[in-house]
Write a protein that binds this ligand. Structure first.
Ligand SMILES: O=P(O)(O)OC[C@H]1O[C@H](OP(=O)(O)OP(=O)(O)O)[C@H](O)[C@@H]1O
Ligand SMILES: O=C(O)c1cc(=O)[nH]c(=O)[nH]1
Length: 186
């Protein structure tokens, strides 16, 4: 397992994703800073680093899950990066995507990808604020029959997400919290 260069990813997160200003969040709350993580998850070096960090965390947790995936669109590039790196390492890890709404035609699926009911999965996410988006992914995955064994995100804004997952019996693990960037929770 290649070692994860946490300092390198932290530097990229600061330079590519962290913005200060007036923002409205997915939860409806206002904030004076925003983590535009798509600039990170779609950056070639950062995508490899995120995958290395998340694979390292999953490896430390025990046997690998069958698959990783999460709520579109934040989770999608993370999932793609993880399975790409897993493929290079010959690891049997699949990916899946959770649509915000079930598809209105074709298969009608909300959970897309090569996963089967009964498989153990980890939900991935870029930013956790309230945890609401990742919990919707948990709900959809469970409704599909997947066993969610944990949630893994790049960064926690420390705004109640951890507790929201704990209330569902799930452990949230993140590569960073906003305190690593000198930001106190709002
Ligand atoms: O923990 P929460 O309070 O749910 O907030 C975090 C969510 O907000 C962002 O997604 P957004 O809703 O902006 O959608 P997008 O990924 O489709 O851009 C981010 O990607 C997380 O999914
Ligand atoms: O809470 C959110 O909506 C949110 C916060 C943040 O820092 N970045 C993001 O993409 N979403």
């Amino acid at each position: 397992m290649n070692e994860f260069d946490s300092d390198a990813l932290k530097q990229l997160l600061r330079s590519e994703a962290l913005k200060f200003g007036d923002f409205t969040l997915a939860s409806g709350k206002k904030a004076s800073y925003y983590l535009d993580c798509r600039n990170l998850t779609l950056h070639p070096k950062a995508a490899n680093l995120i995958a290395a960090g998340m694979l390292q965390q999953m490896d430390a947790n025990g046997p690998l899950p069958d698959a990783v995936g999460g709520m579109a669109i934040g989770a999608d590039p993370i999932t793609a990066a993880i399975i790409t790196v897993a493929g290079r390492r010959d690891l049997p890890l699949r990916g899946f995507m959770v649509r915000k709404e079930p598809k209105g035609h074709g298969t009608g699926r909300q959970v897309e990808g090569p996963v089967q009911p009964g498989q153990r999965v980890v939900i991935v996410e870029d930013v956790i604020t309230s945890g609401g988006s990742a919990l919707k992914a948990v709900d959809a995955a469970q409704a599909f029959g997947l066993e969610v064994i944990g949630v893994l995100a790049i960064i926690d804004r420390l705004a109640g997400g951890q507790q929201a997952f704990a209330d569902r019996g799930l452990k949230l693990q993140t590569l960073y919290t906003v305190r690593d960037f000198g930001i106190e929770p709002q």
